[in-house]
Unconditional design. Structure first.
Length: 183
């Protein structure tokens, strides 16, 4: 999804486990003209339990809800009435400050599309093992993050990605799936 050119991204901290409920409250209580998008980024992973692989989703940033608007002051005023609101990050002056351009670019590398219910899903990346044990990324969000991948754990099917976000270095774990193996 493309956003308006002058839209700004904000992050709201909420009680962990209440992210989806908060998005629902915001959707009900905030005017549609004020808020372009409100979402919780989740990642798809494959996990093995009970002897078989299962596809699961987990929050990418537990305890955080992302907001996109080109009316920050109006949004700030409307959000004051949301009981689940813990803290709007980057508060400065009369209302709050947006994510930096670099942070927005990072999120856009992850962001696939926002599903109904305010979920933004980071898909599983498909990889192949080439001759000499080289890993080739075929598709998915890891294609955009090549220089930031610290390691890939083929056994657990996750990639460890180091990134700078909101002034901090953090590590996120994204799902991988091996689709080809060359010998």
């Amino acid at each position: 999804m493309r956003y308006k050119r002058n839209s700004m991204w904000y992050v709201m901290q909420v009680v962990s486990g209440q992210e989806n409920r908060t998005v629902q409250m915001i959707d009900k209580m905030v005017y549609k003209e004020t808020l372009e998008s409100c979402f919780v980024p989740v990642r798809r992973l494959r996990k093995k339990y009970q002897g078989t692989w299962h596809e699961v989703t987990e929050k990418l940033f537990p305890g955080y809800v992302f907001l996109i608007t080109d009316h920050p002051q109006s949004l700030y005023e409307e959000l004051k009435g949301i009981p689940a609101l813990t803290k709007i990050l980057g508060r400065c002056g009369d209302y709050f400050t947006p994510l930096s351009d670099a942070d927005v670019q990072t999120m856009e590398k992850f962001k696939n599309k926002t599903e109904a219910g305010g979920i933004s899903e980071v898909k599983i990346s498909q990889i192949a093992i080439e001759e000499g044990e080289r890993i080739k990324i075929l598709s998915g969000p890891l294609k955009n993050l090549k220089g930031q991948i610290r390691k890939m754990n083929l056994h657990k099917r996750i990639a460890e990605v180091e990134m700078e976000f909101m002034g901090n270095k953090l590590v996120v774990y994204l799902g991988i799936e091996m689709v080809e193996q060359f010998s």
